[in-house]
Design a binder for this molecule. Structure first.
Ligand code: GKR
Ligand code: MG
Length: 431
């Protein structure tokens, strides 16, 4: 039986306000870029998805249109092989030094897969989680994802501050540099969203200062609150071992202390502490060497980087087979990505860690009904057909206008940092 084919692909780049969050490669721009994808079938069923925004990825999406149009949204295997046959040479672009992933074809397929699954769910009258094997849990837990940050709220005119903000909205724009300021950020975020575990993005300040922040979090939240720390690979093997030892008793896991599977494996052997990664094992091709070397205990999946929801489910099985844990990576995003993560995480039995999300750092939303609700740090798995969400067209238009006005075409945190401090240089191993 053949379902109604896809007759339209809409690609809408958007720019969402983002605070000045610091990381090992620089600082977040006042806007984070996302791309919203809509597929519409011949019988007017539409499916949506959201991916990180990048001009090259958007160009490839546009080129993929000739393959997508006329495709049955249930025939994902065919769609994937056609895309990889046609554009496979463009898929070999390397991941680079950034903590995030700019590979094009994997993003394009992920965008189309999620939108097709949204359509499939609407056709079958079942939520996406049911198409992935059904719910292992009713709600999905997230952690409080903390950042060192400069003062400011993000927005059209740069990193402005709203003097009338209160609660989390005020904490979101406060400076976070000292251990006490990091603890204050954590308290406010946990109070607002009910999170019960915490991750700090490091790789910004000297290791002593960042380890002191983790110790301050441990003091403030106690041993029952799982803590994670992620310097995005800018520590040498020696530094990772030295400071990793100081955090052995207090971390749930240490994420990407150093670069590459070889270095991670050396660090792992020296520490009594699980290591996690979203940098050294980032595709199925990396799995054999990850197993052989023992470079990490936990892989952070991300459906935007691993080729969609079904591939991430497959990753879960591989992790289970080889005794690895599975957790989830994030980048600045809105509710479409959040809800896709929730459907997927709910369907993976061994995804028992709280997921990362940047969602608290954003204030806008592109789905009808506004911002997603967190209850005690969790998002309930939608029960409506498909992803269970729909687009707010006014917001989509506004955020697309932001994209046109802001002039950004891809994420480049190093260039943003140089606008503030022209002498700042990225160093793959800083300490
Ligand atoms: O948003 O600055 C950031 C993060 O550093 C992000 O880009 C990373 O990809 O969250 C990510 C991570 O866990 O490495
Ligand atoms: Mg990470």
């Amino acid at each position: 039986m053949k379902g109604p084919a896809i007759r339209e692909l809409r690609i809408t780049p958007i720019a969402i306000t983002d605070p000045p969050l610091l990381n090992s490669v620089g600082i977040h721009a006042p806007y984070a870029l996302r791309t919203v994808i809509e597929l519409v079938t011949e019988d007017n069923i539409s499916g949506i998805s959201e991916i990180p925004g990048n001009e090259d990825i958007n160009d490839l999406l546009l080129q993929a249109e000739e393959i997508v149009l006329g495709t049955d949204p249930f025939q994902l295997n065919q769609l994937k092989s056609k895309l990889f046959d046609r554009f496979g040479d463009q898929g070999s672009d390397v991941r680079g030094d950034n903590p995030w992933d700019d590979r094009k074809l994997i993003h394009v397929y992920s965008a189309l897969e999620v939108a097709c699954m949204d359509i499939q769910g609407k056709v079958c009258n079942r939520p996406v989680v049911d198409l992935l094997g059904g719910k292992c849990r009713e709600a999905v837990s997230f952690d409080a994802y903390l950042f060192y940050k400069a003062k400011g709220a993000g927005g059209v005119f740069g990193y402005e501050v709203d003097p009338d903000a209160t609660g989390w909205a005020a904490a979101r724009q406060a400076r976070a540099q000292t251990p006490a300021e990091v603890v204050a950020q954590a308290k406010s975020m946990c109070q607002e969203f009910g999170f019960t575990s915490i991750k700090l993005k490091g790789g910004v300040y000297p290791p002593e200062q960042e380890v002191a922040a983790m110790q301050a979090l441990y003091q403030a939240f106690g041993p029952d609150c799982p803590l994670r720390f992620d310097p995005n690979g800018v520590w040498s093997v020696e530094t990772s071992i030295k400071y990793g030892r100081e955090m052995e008793g207090i971390l749930e896991y240490l994420e990407d202390p150093t670069r590459g599977q070889q270095g991670m494996a050396e660090v792992r052997k020296a520490l009594k502490l699980p290591l996690a990664t979203n940098m050294c094992t980032t595709s199925f091709e990396d799995i054999p060497s990850s197993i052989a070397l023992g470079s990490e205990d936990i892989i952070l999946s991300d459906h935007h980087f691993w080729g969609g929801l079904r591939e991430s489910i497959a990753l879960g099985k591989i992790c289970q087979t080889f005794g690895k844990g599975l957790s989830m990576h994030s980048n600045s995003h809105l509710g479409i990505s959040l809800i896709a993560m929730v459907h997927m995480a709910a369907a993976i039995p061994n995804l028992t860690y709280d997921l990362d999300t940047h969602y608290p750092w954003q204030s806008e939303e592109v789905i009808k009904g506004g911002r997603a609700k967190f209850e005690e740090g969790k998002v309930a798995v939608p029960t409506q057909p498909g992803l269970g969400i729909s687009l707010d067209r006014n917001m989509l238009n506004q955020l697309h206008q932001n994209y046109k006005d802001c002039g950004l075409k891809r994420r480049d945190d190093t260039t943003e940092m140089k606008k503030i401090d022209p002498n700042w240089e990225f160093k793959p191993i800083r300490w």
